[in-house]
Write a protein that binds this ligand. Sequence first.
Ligand code: BG6
Length: 525
Amino acid sequence: MSPSLSLQHGSDAPRLPDVRVEANLSMVIFGGTGDLTRRKLLPAIYALSLEQRMPETFRIVAFGRRDYTQESFREEMTEEIRRFRREEGSEEHLQDFVSRIDYFKGELDKSESFVELEASLSNPDVYPQNRVFYLSTAPSFFEPITKELKKAKLTYKIGDPSWSRVVIEKPFGHDLESALKLNQDILRTLDESQVYRIDHYLGKETVQNILSFRFANTIFEPVFNNRFVDHIQVTASETVGMESGRGGYFDRAGALRDMMQNHLTQLLCLVTMEPPSNFSSDAVRNEKVKVLQSIRIPTIDEVRQNTVRAQYVAGQVDGENTPAYVNEDRVPGDSRTETFAAAKFFIDNWRWSGVPIFLRTGKRMATKQTSITVQFKQPPMQLFQTVQCENDICDLTESRPNLLTFRIQPDEGISLHFATKRPSMHMVVEDSSLDFGYRENYRKTLPEAYERLLMDVMRGDSTLFTRSDEVEAAWRVMDPILKAWQQRDRRIPLHFYSPGTWGPLASDELFDGHAGLWRNEDSLA
Ligand code: BG6
């Protein structure tokens, strides 16, 4: 994942060696005028340049259809970077950065555009010959672009003096069949080691910390199994709806494809996978694939019992009226797309057999929260009564199990709940917790996911990117759910929920038979 570390002993404290991209390179962004380029990609590369992590010589080519001159494009991007990086860095640095961006007007479906692109990029005096191609386009262009790249000789073969890498944004496929086909098509023109399928959750610092937490400590791993764990739950709730015209894309995707098939499944993998034998990209990804392949593929009956889908209705969030999903911009009035999805899965392997894993995600929910909670089993017998007190006034309450929570975002941290004796003449216990917070422990702001991931692409480290077999294994689990939902089976109803809530009540029923409930923001710390 990262280079082997040799601490440099300087005059003061030991310092970690700087991580930077050594090889000069050119990065071509297809979808160069799009939202992702403005909001995430250019600001992330700019941040890397401020931290002096970019190579000596680099150029960025934004490939788009719109009419811009070099000047007008650079001016617009200067404003975007100021907007998203809040005036960080000097004006001189910003101007130098923007002068390295070129606009290239072309059509994604015209071979001539790629031939022209090749003619420009092959000038080594202007463009370093190592190449990153970032596909930030509609998914229907992923395959044609990779084909055109090869045809125009923009990509290299493994072993050539220069290298080329292709980064592919999500969604990677629409279902199992299309994902298989996309992998097949892409791997016809590129080697797997040249393909970087992005899941930006893997770039989040707190997501990477799941593995460090599990495998750099000895005290938790012995209890991470079906003898001690009652269940695991993963939530990724959002307050946003279909702002900035996202409805068009989202309505074709739905919450299951948009969040659960990728981000939530990745979180599930990290919290349940076996330790890799080392941190090479293949060792880590092999373990992820193994656990993905052990997730029980739901039958139609299991889809009926173990999944819930829902859509938000009109309501109010923070005193503001918000439209029903079906009245959002670019969403058809009769849409049945789910904006909320929850499901219970089982991993049929030695470690996790019988432990339910609950995943839930939704738009326009009560708060933005991404978290994973591991709930442990209760002791074999209850020796003590549990109380919940306010000052000296205590009520008897149900005993609370041990909980380990990874708060991925916001308020990033980890908490562990356990019972302690309440000081008094009574032998009663109450819930206490140990809490680790990133903000209190590290003064630095956490790096943006895209900074980390772009760095890794440029340095050729694919550990945090999803391999073809990983994507396929995730689709194999989700595909039967999608198929069953499409059938308009009355036994799998589309529920409705009010904005600003935690989704439909039906999702609580997934816990039937398990001592649990969804852990919402106020119960995490
Ligand atoms: C994207 C989804 O992949 O992740 C969006 O397409 C979602 O619908 C976003 O809003 C959430 O990302 P984050 O980093 O804000 O949790």
